[in-house]
Ligand binder design. Structure first.
Ligand code: DGJ
Length: 376
């Protein structure tokens, strides 16, 4: 090819590429690639959205093509219409210091950011697994920034609520816990084992070192109190833990939801005074049937309801797994989920659906396209 022709073709490619990249999209196309302002598939998996001012910020796991571990960190994108997203880069970066909690090669999952009005800080919480330890560490991590898009400064990571019993454990429950011994329950999933987990077998096991903390979300209530909701006790039981006023620590007050129920991927919202939680079962990257719970107090008791999904693949959450529920200014809620592609996690897709009500229960009706700020 002569040089002139080459330069011409290169220019054409660049102009067409830029035009495609800059093209505005008019709806969310569920399960498709979702391009950012640079024309690249959005890389913000297991994420959540925060509105600050007139802008929405989407935070999520930067996933790579061939690895399960975190090689980059947490990404941030910004949008005014929840459809077209500007890539704001890496909000929280892994580090190269050997032995650091967020050393490159650790696993950072399901980051969520909330804004603290009192301190003016953006507080990021995430599930953290230490480098080289698989999913053994089961910690949460906390990072903080002065601007929504970061950069976030890593503060600490640890297990949850060491030395604290759940709120509902009174004298009677503690007397039962006292009798529990892990050595007596070598076989899982038997009725006696399930009963012992329900009674606090694993809470007791991890009482001194802290409770396991994996899949997670954050929820800020109308009164400004914030809560960390996470899969604990070997992913068998969800914990809801209250945060301190600065949103940077647990207060030590927590409750357990669905003991031995095996829930992951919690996402929470509040509607007309009722707290609703959507979760998944535990099948790794494979989709399963969504679960729905409600309570009139964040501290429970929580009641389980039937699967809220309607439409094709409703029994598998449309091929996805819950990650977050975004509240819009008009009071409506958007359900966010991930369709995981474990062979190439960076290409994992997204599902965003409006939450509507059927009688007194929330439902998720499948739709392939969605305009978040317009469609009801
Ligand atoms: C299911 C969890 O929901 C995901 O966040 C991730 O941890 C995968 N398991 C890993 O298998």
């Amino acid at each position: 090819m002569n040089r002139r022709l080459f330069v011409f073709l290169l220019l054409v490619t660049m102009v067409v590429g830029a035009a495609v990249a800059a093209q505005e999209q008019d709806s969310v196309c569920n399960g498709e690639q979702w391009l950012d302002d640079g024309g690249k598939h959005i890389n913000a998996h297991g994420g959540g959205v925060l509105k600050y001012g007139d802008t929405y910020y989407w935070f999520g796991e930067h996933r790579t093509d061939h690895s399960f571990v975190t090689l980059v960190g947490v990404r941030c994108y910004a949008s005014k219409d929840l459809i077209n997203w500007r890539n704001c880069g890496v909000a929280l970066s892994v580090v190269d210091e050997k032995g650091h909690d967020i050393e490159r090669g650790c696993i950072i999952e399901r980051p969520k950011v909330i804004y603290n009005k009192e301190t003016g800080k953006f507080c990021m919480w995430f599930h953290l697994e230490l480098k080289g330890r698989g999913y053994d560490a089961a910690r949460y991590g906390v990072a903080v920034a002065d601007r929504p898009e970061g950069p976030y400064e890593f503060l600490y990571s640890q297990r949850a609520d060491a030395g604290k019993w759940p709120l509902e454990f009174g004298e009677r429950e503690l007397a039962v816990v006292d009798t529990l011994n892990e050595a007596n329950y070598k076989k899982w999933w038997t009725p006696v084992w399930r009963k012992s987990v329900d009674e606090g077998l694993l809470v007791k096991r991890d009482f001194d070192s802290g409770q396991m903390s994996r899949d997670m979300t954050l929820f800020v209530d109308d009164d400004g109190k914030a809560y960390h909701i996470f899969s604990s006790e070997e992913n068998l039981t969800l914990h809801i833990a209250e945060l301190t006023d600065d949103y940077l620590h647990h207060t030590g007050r927590y409750t357990r939801v669905a003991p031995a129920g095996h829930n992951e991927a919690p996402a929470l919202f509040k509607h007309n005074g009722t707290y609703w939680m959507i979760t998944s079962g535990c099948t790794g990257w494979e989709p399963n049937e969504a679960r729905l719970f409600s309570a009139s107090s964040i501290w429970g008791p929580w009641t389980q309801h039937p699967n809220p999904c309607r439409g094709p693949l409703a029994e598998k959450t449309f091929g996805g797994q819950s990650t977050f529920i975004l509240k819009l200014d008009d009071g409506r809620h958007i359900f966010m989920a991930d369709i995981w592609h474990p062979r190439r996690l960076s290409d994992s897709r997204y599902i965003w659906l409006p939450i509507s009500f059927e009688g007194s229960l929330p439902i998720l009706q499948w739709r392939s396209t969605f305009q978040p700020l317009i469609d009801k």
